[in-house]
Design a protein around this ligand. Structure first.
Ligand SMILES: Nc1ncnc2c1ncn2[C@@H]1O[C@H](COP(=O)(O)OP(=O)(O)OP(=O)(O)O)[C@@H](O)[C@H]1O
Length: 447
């Protein structure tokens, strides 16, 4: 991260030469770094070399007006715009503010007031940029974006929540269907938080027998420590928490309230400090209503809830996840990751993924196994042994259209860099060129 120039930067847009010069003089005298342009049409160009903290623009100018500039800027830039007008008409001020202007100043302006408004706007913008940079840096340092794959808004929000929660000792309840990544998220919360060098102890409550459960959790006086004590100072992860027997629920709640655990057959409580993460694919409120899960424990565990969406509700993550698994496992199976065709994509999109990401991972694995024999497709990997080798004509046309669309989007997104587009599509550069010819795509027209 490069340290920011302490001087605030303003871009002045004003057609009147005398007025422009007096604004520049005023701002420079106030310690600002200033760039000025006589027309709003020049702003986009100016911003390429001048990182403005705020833009100060006249409203009425020949050609593009200050209001046009505002409409032009807002979709891609969050640089605040302060408008200045000789006409001082209220409707225009109202329209400017409604369209997202930071503020509106009438001419003749009062220099101190103008400077103060600009400073506020610039400070706010710097703070927001600083926060965004900090968040991005944190994400990079945590490595979370290389572990929790996906770029849908839901997954991005999830990564943000994990980064925030990892820093706190608060209990987290992770909810989501089977295979949505609950275990992965629990580990990430531990691994990127301050307890990462302390133990992470996972207990799958559905796998413990009701008879042995208490001894396993609380330990016995003459046996090894229970899981709770093993996790002392670190994280205890209770997976499938609704399967915890009622007597253990009551005792566990006491452990959390008292910060101490009493082993089976013992009478002396042993102090323990835990961060508790729990997970379930059940509807806990139903379990509470049916009396299977204690309400007081539910509230205790549910300080924060993270909801992991099923894969079928974030289909845009299918491709990046598949590529992730193929690349990861290609190393294990020692085969190059197979190319992903439009037929493969169609099969991925048509499937409902009841087993979520775990199911996709198995599909990737089956696909790689078939690739070792130089054969296979994703459709076959999803439902092995059920696929006709030939698609009907109508489906072939639909698939070709899908493929054309995918390729066009990849080329546009990578601004014509064919190696990058090919990589994003999971195919070789040569195959991409062949497909462009076969599908009759005009590459130049896409850019
Ligand atoms: N967003 C993701 N990015 C990368 N891998 C993921 C992602 N989500 C899940 N996985 C992987 O999918 C598999 C299943 O995830 P996980 O075991 O965490 O699911 P779960 O919700 O705990 O399932 P269950 O409820 O059955 O215990 C794991 O191999 C995990 O690493």
């Amino acid at each position: 991260m490069t340290p920011e120039d302490p001087a605030l930067r303003v871009l002045v847009v004003e057609d009147d030469k005398g007025m422009r010069q007096s604004l520049v003089d005023l701002l420079e005298a106030g310690g600002w770094r200033v760039m000025d342009v006589p027309r709003a049409e020049r702003v986009a160009n100016a911003l390429e070399t001048f990182e403005a903290d705020v833009i100060l623009s006249d409203v009425r100018m020949p050609g593009m007006s200050g209001l046009d500039l505002l409409r032009d800027l807002t979709p891609q830039s969050d640089i605040p715009l302060v408008l200045i007008s000789a006409h001082g008409d209220i409707p225009m001020a109202v329209e400017a503010m409604q369209s997202g202007a930071y503020s509106f100043v009438e001419k003749p302006y009062e220099p101190r007031r103008l400077l103060s408004i600009l400073r506020h706007a610039a400070d706010q913008n710097r703070m927001r940029r600083g926060n965004a940079r900090l968040r991005a840096r944190l994400l990079e340092l945590s490595g979370l974006d290389r572990v929790l794959i996906g770029d849908t808004p839901a997954v991005r929000a999830l990564r943000r929540d994990i980064l925030g929660l990892a820093e706190t000792p608060a209990p987290v309840l992770i909810l989501g269907e089977t295979g949505t990544g609950k275990d992965l998220v629990a580990r990430a919360l531990h691994d990127i938080g301050p307890l990462s060098d302390r133990p992470f102890v996972a207990v799958n409550c559905a796998l413990l027998s009701p008879e042995g459960f208490a001894a396993e959790m609380f330990g016995t006086t003459d046996g090894p420590d229970g899981r709770i004590l093993q996790a002392d100072g670190g994280t205890l992860f209770l997976d499938e928490v609704c399967a915890c027997p009622p007597d253990v629920q009551a005792r566990f709640l006491r452990v959390l309230e008292e910060g101490a655990v009493t082993p089976e057959g013992g009478s002396a409580p042993v102090p323990v400090r835990l961060r508790v993460i729990s997970a379930t694919n059940e509807d806990v409120e139903t379990a509470v209503a049916e009396g299977r899960f204690r309400e007081d424990l539910y509230y205790r565990l549910n300080t924060f809830a993270l909801h992991l969406p099923p894969l079928r509700d974030r289909r845009d993550d299918l491709h990046p996840l598949l590529m992730h698994f193929l690349h990861q496992m290609a190393q294990v199976y020692e085969v190059p990751p197979p190319e992903i065709t439009a037929e493969d994509m169609a099969a991925l999109l048509a499937h409902d993924w009841p087993g979520n990401v775990r199911e996709l991972r198995s599909v990737a694995e089956r696909r790689l196994l078939a690739a070792r024999q130089g054969a296979g497709s994703i459709a076959e990997a999803i439902t092995p042994g059920q696929h006709p080798t030939d698609l009907p004509e109508s489906l072939r046309t639909a698939v070709a259209a899908l493929e054309r669309d995918m390729i066009a989007r990849a080329i546009t997104a990578h601004q014509g860099r064919m190696d990058d587009a090919a990589e994003a599509l999971g195919i070789g550069r040569r195959t991409l060129n062949e497909k462009i010819v076969k599908l009759g795509l005009d590459k130049d027209a896409l850019l």
